[in-house]
Design a protein around this ligand. Sequence first.
Ligand SMILES: Cc1ncc(C[n+]2csc(CCOP(=O)(O)OP(=O)(O)O)c2C)c(N)n1
Length: 315
Amino acid sequence: MDKEKALWIYQKMNEIRYFEEEVRRTFGKGEIPGFVHLYAGEEAVATGVMALLEEEDYITSTHRGHGHAIAKGCDIKGMMAEIMGKKDGLGRGKGGSMHVADVEKGMLGANGIVGGGFGIAAGAALTIKTLKQEHVAVCFFGDGASNEGVFHEGLNLASILDLPVVFVCENNQFGEGTPFSYASASETVAERAVVYDMPGVRVDGMDVLEVYNATKEAIKRAKSGEGPSLIECDTYRHYGHFEGDEQKYKSDDDKNKDRDPIPEFKEKAIKKGWFTSEQADEIEAAAEKTVEEAVEFAQASALPDIDSLYEDVFA
Ligand SMILES: Cc1ncc(C[n+]2csc(CCOP(=O)(O)OP(=O)(O)O)c2C)c(N)n1
């Protein structure tokens, strides 16, 4: 970690948080069609991983994908317009929140199918390996997805082919309203890596530095041809499964409930001398402005024309 990366991480964490707060407000006003699943609380995972990726590296995301997209460099105005279903959106307003994607940036898509990213990430990594490129593919997934069959297929395939892929589990302790402790026969997701002959580590997913260090190791392994790794990040989502969820399944005893990765990182970074509190204020103000401008842009953008109904739609 150096100053430059620490500043980048703090900027992206704030952009994600302000973005999600604005999506929440805008959804509440009825300006967003469909469902939204907010990433607030999990910012340390997306930023800790993405601080180590290049534009040519690939990621696959989930239904909770706004944070991944912002950290991978997707245009924030285009994202907000997409989520509002407008023609200037990244997917011309045809995909919405769960299909935010920008292949040019290596963001292979949010995904409404739980576990939908495993095969895509393994495929992207197979492309990298076949073309002898020095890149990696990162597959983000939730604890709920780890109980889908495709989790096992994806890890097994990546392992037998020594693919340069990093599987990053965001264990926010719930799949919709079902606690991971109830739904999983294993205590952790990380320990499942052993049967697929790859390293599996569990880190504090509210601590961006722990995520960063584990990712650094995994990328080193992937790029040196040693194959895939699994990282489980212990985290928590601040809001419901989707906007409107009453969250009756949550309790005051939930681990990480009262933690916020953004002030935690700010305090550490200032202590280490990576940035000052004045710089932090500037970053926070700039992130807020960026997001406000994105909302204005999206609100001013038109809905797609009816004549374009069948354009850009592949399935
Ligand atoms: C294949 C499939 N099964 C079920 C669903 C319904 N569903 C949407 S999100 C979700 C929970 C996913 O939990 P997790 O993977 O832990 O991600 P989180 O929401 O906690 O980020 C479920 C069951 C779906 N979209 N796709």
